[in-house]
Design a binder for this molecule. Structure first.
Ligand code: TXE
Length: 499
């Protein structure tokens, strides 16, 4: 596992290698890159950079494991996935702490959500694996049956905000369907995908069924281009999604795209004010705002807006920004210095364009890492960059509206379509809007609750396909039709003696 490259405060970790064929291996490239702790800006660990040769090694291991794995019964595959879920749950505290060191998110979040939501996916798909069936179609003198079969070697490419959750959300359905996988975590958060690999190995997963390669977009590109890969599932920015789809087209790969968003959260005057404010805070400041499905455009009906903003600002001022390992911390560090500066640029742009910064928005001065105080902009207009572009940080834009028709049009007026939220006590209005909002997910009187039973994904430029729920099975399997003739072949041609 290499030497322990400790950073200040002894929070350093050993070098992070690749996981191929069931064991840790050093990158053949011999290249290592630094991975920093966002809360301290100190070196957390060094990471092996996989090159095209390492990628081919990983894909070959996945190909070698495929025949046996896809021929196992769903019961056998599911049993191993469920065992891995139990192992992750038993290690929740240990892995959650690693996730905090790698991402900068508060321990209070990581211990409640990240590992456990990954374990839920392993348990859920481990539970339905045995029930993945085809169908029998009776044709009288013949019949057809269908076989739901694996795609082959699948590639998962992760983003840096929910590393182990994303790894599990891709690996669980893939493996349940009989595929094998090569997973590349984001270069900014390489650590916990290897914890998943260890849990799967301990649960009895055969070598080569789940592999981890480390690296940046070049490693990702080599995976997407590899002819032995049948499918790519990406979690990342829209621009990255377009690039990956273009590259995958060269070898007609299946793709699932879980991309960015700029989702609306609509609050009507009849809403429960406390719940709506809580939801707006969760939808903008959880994980420091680094959540794709966040409701970052908060539309408040005119009659409620002043009271809403007043209540919101008072509660935002109570948020503790600081050491993510402190259980009392609500807002942790942004993932990198570059990302922090990008978020601060958006705050400056919002003020330049005339929005009113009601609270927050500055770098936390007395902390070594990359911390920004949660920001609320009021008096925003739809044309502002902070309202149109994904910031992926703790910056909320509050807008006002006067009618349902108006707010629906404005909420849909974006290239994105990941999610949406509606707060109202009017049952019919809530469901009417759910039907009309252009989003893959709509929450009524809550926000960002994503049980594994719920299909997750976007429409328009926010993505293709779905993760979680039974819907994910369609994206990790394919149907074969088998026609069985019970009589003779219908013969239109002459035969000797019959002419
Ligand atoms: O994305 P990037 P990040 C989105 C979120 C935000 C983004 C942040 O909305 O837009 O992800 O994550 C690899 N070929 N979601 O900054 O830069 C890269 O190495 C192959 C949506 O990480 O796009 C990394 O592993 N791979 C999501 C991964 O792609 C390439 C929830 C993502 O990198 C590549 C969470 C290339 N050409 C975040 N270029 C959802 N909708 O569920 C980069 N990569």
């Amino acid at each position: 596992m290499g030497d322990s490259s400790g950073g200040p405060g002894g929070l350093g970790l050993p070098d992070q290698e690749l996981h191929i064929g069931g064991v840790r291996v050093a990158a053949r490239s011999g290249v290592l890159f630094d991975n920093l702790n966002p809360a301290t800006a100190a070196l957390l660990c060094r990471v092996h950079m996989a090159d095209a040769g390492d990628v081919s090694h990983a894909v070959a291991a996945a190909q070698a494991a495929l025949g046996d794995w896809r021929r196992r019964s769903g019961m056998e595959r599911g049993r191993i996935l469920r065992r891995a879920a139990d192992i992750l749950r038993a290690r929740n505290a240990e892995i959650a702490r690693l996730e905090v060191l790698d991402t900068g998110k508060p321990i209070s979040e990581a211990i409640a959500v990240d590992v456990l939501s990954g374990a839920d996916a392993l348990e859920y798909f481990g539970s339905i694996a045995a029930g993945l069936t085809g169908e029998h179609i009776d044709l009288g003198q013949s019949f057809v049956y269908t076989r739901r079969e694996a795609l082959g070697v699948c590639v998962g490419i992760g983003a840096w905000n929910y590393p182990i959750q994303i790894a599990c959300w891709k690996a669980a359905p893939a493996l349940a369907c009989g595929n094998t996988m090569v997973f590349k975590p984001s270069e900014l958060t390489p650590v916990t995908a290897l914890c998943l690999a260890d849990a799967l190995t301990e649960a009895g997963l055969p070598p080569g069924v789940f592999n981890v390669v480390q690296g940046d977009h070049r490693t990702g590109q080599a995976l997407v281009r590899h002819p032995g890969v049948a499918k790519v599932s990406l979690t990342g920015e829209v621009g990255t999604g377009r690039t990956v789809m273009r590259e995958a087209a060269a070898t007609l790969k299946h793709v699932t795209m879980e991309l960015g968003g700029k989702s609306p959260l609509i609050v009507f005057a009849d809403a429960d004010l406390d719940n709506a404010v809580t939801a707006a805070m969760l939808a903008n400041f959880y994980t420091q705002g680094e959540v794709c499905s966040n409701g970052t455009r908060v539309f408040v009906e005119e009659g409620l807006r002043d009271r809403f903003v007043e209540a919101l600002v008072a509660r935002v001022k109570l948020l503790k920004v600081g050491d993510p390992l402190d259980p009392a911390t609500h807002v942790g560090a942004l993932i990198s210095q570059g990302h922090m500066e990008r978020v601060l640029d958006f705050v400056a742009e919002g003020e330049r364009q005339g929005a009113r910064l009601a609270v927050g928005g500055a770098r936390a001065p007395d902390l070594p890492g990359w911390f920004v105080a949660p920001a609320v902009f009021d008096h925003c207009t739809d044309d502002m960059r902070i309202v149109r572009e994904e910031i992926f940080g703790p910056v909320m834009s509050v807008l006002s509206f006067t009618s349902e028709r108006e707010v629906l049009s404005r909420a849909n007026g974006t290239e994105f379509g990941l999610s949406a939220g509606v707060f109202t006590r009017d049952l019919q209005r809530g469901h009417r809007l759910a039907a009309e909002l252009e989003a893959g997910m709509v929450w009524l009187n809550t926000y960002n609750v994503t049980p594994v039973e719920m299909p997750f994904g976007g429409v328009k430029q926010s993505g293709l396909g779905r993760e979680n729920g039974h819907a994910a099975i369609a994206h990790y399997s394919q149907l074969k039709s088998v026609y069985v003739e019970l009589g003779d072949v219908a013969n239109p041609y002459p035969v000797p003696g019959n002419d």
